[in-house]
Every structure is written in C-alpha cells, then in structure tokens.
Design a protein around this ligand. Structure first.
Ligand SMILES: NC(=O)c1ccc[n+]([C@@H]2O[C@H](COP(=O)([O-])OP(=O)(O)OC[C@H]3O[C@@H](n4cnc5c(N)ncnc54)[C@H](OP(=O)(O)O)[C@@H]3O)[C@@H](O)[C@H]2O)c1
Length: 344
C-alpha cells in the first residue's frame, strides 16, 4: 500500500465537520447509499447529480439534499463536495472517476471499479498521484461479521485452510435491455455478482496459482452462469459459483484442518456465521447495518488522510479484477468498450 507518511497526509484530513458527499447518478443503488449516509454520524449528502435534472431534483427532495444538478460536471466542480460516490453502471466508472479525481475529489466507486484490470489500475494510480482517497464500494469487506471471520481464519481457528465454497445465484428475469444482460451497459454475472464470492475467497483463502472456469452466456453474449475453481499457493482449493438466472441459497464455507466456518445469509451481507471445531459450535450474529459500515470506513479514511482503505487495498481490488478478467476471457465475453482483443 502506498500511504503518505503519517506526519504529512496528502490532503488536509476532514476534522471538526461532517464529510460532505456528492452522489453521481441517482439510480437503484444510490438510494441505499443516501439512506446509509443519513443513518450514520460524520457525513451528509450535500449534492446529487443525474443525467436528467428532474430526476436529480426528485432524488434531492426525497432525501433532503440541498443541491441537485442535471449533469455530472457541476457536481465535480462543487467546492463543497469532499467525496463523490459514483453509482452509474460500470462502463462509465473509469471516465467519471478520472474526472472526479482530476477535479480534486475523493471517490467511492461502485463495484466493479471499472470494466478491466488496466482501467482499475489507471483509476487508482491517478488517485494516488492526485493525493485523493479512492475506494471500491465493496461493502461486504467493511462489515464486522466478515472482518471477524477474517480474523479467526488468520488466527488459525480453523487450522490450515483446505477449501472454500460459495455460491451467489440471483434470479433476474432475462431482458436483453437490463444492465445485467446488456454488454454495452456492463452486463454479466461475473462483474456484478461473482465479484462477491471471488472477493471473499481471495480475502480468506488467497490468490490463484491455477484457475479453471466453466460457464455459459445468454444470447446477448453476457456471462450468466459461471463456476470458478482455483488453487492457491498454500494448496487450498476455492470453488465459487455465480448465476444471474437461478434461485438458491448462498451459504459460504471455509474448511480447515481444525474446524470450519459457515457464513449464513447473502454473501454480500451475511447475517451470521457458525464456527465448528470438533463437537464445539459457536454462532456469531452480524449487525446487518449493511452499507453503513462502508460509509463509516470512508469517513474514517478521510479523517486520517488516507489514500486507500486498509480494509480494501487497491492491490486487492486489482488482483480480484485479474481473476474476474481471466475468467471472462476464458468464456470469450468481451465488452464493446474494450479496445484490445481478448485471448491475446
Ligand atoms: N453495492 C451493491 O449492493 C450494489 C447493488 C446494485 C448495483 N451495484 C453497482 O452499482 C452500479 C449501478 O447499479 P444500479 O443497480 O444502481 O444501476 P441502475 O439503476 O440501472 O443505473 C444506475 C445509474 O447509472 C446511469 N446509467 C444507467 N444506464 C446508463 C446508460 N446506458 N448510459 C449512461 N448512464 C447510465 C444512470 O445515471 P443517472 O441517474 O445519472 O441517469 C443510472 O441512474 C453498478 O456498477 C452495480 O454493479 C452495487
């Protein structure tokens, strides 16, 4: 991680006042963030921008946000905005993040940070060079229940990790214009859903030395059903499945030589976990505060003058993108925005 020396932060840490958020885009997930910011201390939304000024205005009225803009440029130039939450669909993240960074704004960018490894590296490099915070909005990583599991795995409570299993199916009705299936709008299960189990496996078990992929696409060419299997340097095996078309549970299991941990509930917002060692069983409940932890982490980073969150380092986000990109290439899925041919 590249951090400025603690005595010389790259920017003046935000002290003695709330962090001022600007929301770029006013779609589905922007509502969840507006609610999360309102629910925690330390920040406030001061402006929202959408392509359509009327929609931005209604969003602002709904959440009591003082300013709304019909277009993103004014938001980026708003001197009272500290951090921009970018929640457009993924093909637009790169250019919008780079523009926000160039305007001196910190950024929280929805997952996936961009469509490709190269673009993700470019955004993080630009942010570090500009001395601003950049974080992928991988909200799962900031939840205490997930951090507790990570601590226990790292402390050896399950012994040496041997395997990890997770499935994240979410049944969307097939509609070629929906963003999950429209390649031009970042369609594909891997980048939207698969990113969660891949991130958790990477966090708890490690990066692949070998990666195997099976899967299929829908008629638009977007990946829908994907199974990934990899081996880590430590000899553990990861098996992960995602599907944008099927129902099913999302239980996640980490198995080791001394015990196992099962995470219950949706992988991106686990309700609880159970640690089993021999006959002993411990159940730990999560707090279900969801997106609020992510908001609090951004506030903490800005109070401490950090360029990246230690809970979601840039290098991890890039490494996870390399797994997703390798899998996508195996399946022959290519976004029209990509200029380089696949299978090079
Ligand atoms: N963290 C989570 O739990 C979570 C959940 C869902 C989605 N996400 C992520 O959040 C992002 C947005 O998802 P969403 O469900 O909120 O999507 P959405 O409602 O379909 O779209 C979000 C916004 O993106 C812009 N947009 C959509 N289609 C566009 C197009 N064709 N051209 C230009 N701009 C377009 C619009 O901005 P304007 O408002 O300015 O028009 C729209 O409001 C995705 O990257 C997704 O992976 C995260």
């Amino acid at each position: 991680m590249q951090q400025p020396p603690s005595s010389a932060p790259a920017y003046p840490p935000v002290h003695d006042r709330p962090v001022r958020w600007g929301l770029l885009a006013a779609g589905g997930i922007a509502h969840a963030l507006a609610e999360a910011i309102a629910a925690v201390d330390g920040g406030e939304v001061v402006a929202v921008a959408a392509r359509d000024g009327g929609r931005a205005r209604s969003f602002a009225e709904e959440y009591g946000i003082p300013r709304s803009y019909g277009g993103y440029e004014e938001l980026m130039q708003d001197p009272e905005v500290d951090v921009v939450y970018i929640s457009s669909t993924h093909p637009f993240h790169r250019d919008q993040a780079l523009a926000c960074i160039a305007a001196g704004k910190h950024v929280l960018v929805e997952k996936p940070t961009t469509l490709t490894v190269r673009d993700t590296e470019e955004v993080f490099e630009a942010a570090r060079a500009a001395g601003v915070l950049a974080v992928e909005a991988m909200w799962m990583r900031f939840q205490p229940v997930v951090l507790d599991v990570l601590d226990r795995v790292r402390a050896g409570e399950v012994g040496d990790v041997r395997s990890f299993h997770a499935a994240f199916p979410v049944p969307f009705a097939y509609d070629e214009t929906h963003r999950l299936f429209d390649l031009a709008n970042g369609g594909g299960a891997l980048l939207d859903l698969g990113i969660y189990p891949v991130t958790l496996a990477h966090l708890l078990v490690g990066h692949p030395t070998h990666l195997h992929v099976l899967g299929s696409t829908v008629p638009t060419g977007a990946d829908a059903l994907v199974a990934l299997q990899w081996m880590t340097e430590g000899g553990a095996v990861v098996q992960v499945l995602t599907d944008s078309r099927s129902h099913g549970t999302t239980e996640t299991v980490v198995r080791g030589t001394e015990g196992s941990i099962t995470l219950h509930g949706p992988i991106n917002n686990p309700t609880s976990f159970t640690l089993r060692r021999g006959e002993d069983e411990e159940r730990v409940e999560g707090d279900r505060r969801g997106y609020q932890h992510q908001v609090e982490e951004v506030h903490r980073c800005l109070r401490e003058g950090l360029l990246e969150s230690p809970l979601a380092p840039h290098a991890d986000t890039v490494a996870i993108m390399t797994i997703l990109e390798s899998a996508r290439r195996e399946l022959g899925v290519r976004y029209p925005q990509e200029d380089a041919p696949l299978h090079t």
